[in-house]
Design a binder for this molecule. Structure first.
Ligand SMILES: Nc1ncnc2c1ncn2[C@@H]1O[C@H](COP(=O)(O)OP(=O)(O)O)[C@@H](O)[C@H]1O
Ligand SMILES: [Mg+2]
Length: 367
């Protein structure tokens, strides 16, 4: 086993590869252990292999190489309906000719449950998603959000140990989506269900998950809890994909004791950074700094820190925060964010300022 995770490995992908055409691998070398009761999100751009992974776990696709284990047992040869997995997909529509109650009865009938047991479970599942009065409606008589809640109830009604969700909220408007994000995580944690959730929406991933696996090009680029992912991206792809990020390009000119380094940017200016993904002098690097970690108030820039000259290009008032666009070291898309506090300076276009940061907040990553 090549896993380094320390959880109980309720779901395990062990060196899984997948090719649809026998030539290109769309999943390249997947090693992932998901703990019982964990809410794990697969996040990544379109085409990065997320759905394929979920389909293999569900049993609708087979792995070309490697094993998938559920509760320690390889599931390669267990048919989908015997895996005890609940599923909610964006296009996994409710049966339109059936009522809500009939939709929920279906997975129970498939599993051979009797009528009275079915009715008890359906009632409980509907109450769980606050749709107790809607059992006799047909899907067409429900709003999008209500339909999605029923889809969720149908996935949970047979009390699966594992639920898979593939972009289940993609079709909903913002307000409803945020409400459902909250409902889903609440239910999953209350019922102790292990959840594998797929999305390309980073905010959704950060707010809902215990851990997030960031996918790109058929590989997990980083697997970490949301705060670690955001604050300690391990490579340029993750830094760029998660949250807003400023990138400055240059070359390592000094490796310092501890984990710090000095980088000469391509326009000649010099900055301090944390050596995350660089190892020696001469290496090209993209340094990454979050907009809210940039300081222009001199009193808050640490003593001895290198600072950079910047020109204010645009000031955007956003209510709770100010978003200011700067030109820094040739990059005119450099963003800083500041909280709208009573004493906060509102920068003006044309102003020349100096910016700085804690070296720890500036990460020298792969170029
Ligand atoms: N049934 C299929 N047959 C052939 N290629 C597929 C099939 N499903 C997905 N692919 C390809 O596999 C890659 C990964 O797709 P997918 O897993 O759907 O990514 P994601 O869900 O991250 O958008 C893509 O290049 C996609 O075109
Ligand atoms: Mg997909």
């Amino acid at each position: 086993m090549t896993n380094t995770d320390t959880n109980d490995g309720f779901v395990v992908f062990d060196r899984v590869q997948k090719s649809y055409d026998g030539e290109t691998l769309v999943v390249k070398d997947l090693n992932l252990a998901i703990g019982r009761g964990e809410f794990l999100t697969m996040l990544g751009p379109s085409g990065s292999g997320k759905t394929t992974c979920l389909m293999m776990l569900a049993g609708f696709e087979t792995a070309t190489h490697g094993d998938i284990l559920l509760g320690g047992t390889p599931i390669n040869n267990i048919p989908p309906h015997k895996r005890g997995i609940g599923m909610v997909f964006q296009n996994y529509a409710l049966f339109p000719h059936m009522t809500v109650a009939e939709n929920l009865a279906f997975p129970l009938e498939v599993r051979g449950l009797g009528k009275s047991e079915r009715e008890t479970k359906i009632k409980r599942a509907l109450e769980m998603v606050q749709m107790g009065d809607f059992g006799n409606r047909r899907p067409a008589q429900l709003s999008g959000g209500q339909q999605q809640r029923i889809a969720l109830a149908r996935a949970l009604v047979f009390e699966p140990e594992l639920v898979l969700m593939d972009e289940p909220l993609g079709a909903l408007d913002k307000q409803l989506r945020e409400h459902m994000q909250f409902e889903i995580t609440r239910l999953a944690h209350e019922l102790g269900i292990t959840t594998v959730y797929v999305t390309h929406d980073q905010t959704e991933a950060l707010t809902m998950s215990d851990r997030v696996a960031v996918f790109d090009d058929g590989r997990i680029q980083q697997l970490d809890p949301p705060d670690v992912l955001y604050e300690e991206p391990k490579n340029s792809f993750v830094a760029q994909f998660i949250g807003e990020n400023n990138t400055l390009v240059g070359e390592v000119v000094e490796m310092k004791p501890g984990d710090l380094c000095v980088v000469r940017l391509d326009d000649g200016e010099v900055i301090d950074a944390k050596a995350v993904n660089v190892h020696e002098v001469g290496q090209r690097t993209k340094v990454s700094i979050r907009p809210e970690r940039v300081e222009y108030n001199k009193e808050r820039i640490p003593e001895g820190a290198h600072t950079l000259h910047a020109e204010v290009l645009e000031f955007i008032y956003m209510g709770d925060i100010f978003r200011t666009r700067l030109k820094v070291a040739g990059n005119d898309e450099f963003i800083i964010k500041t909280r709208n506090a009573p004493d906060q300076v509102r920068l003006k276009p044309g102003q020349k300022i100096e910016i700085g940061w804690l070296p720890q907040d500036c990460r020298a990553l792969d170029a």
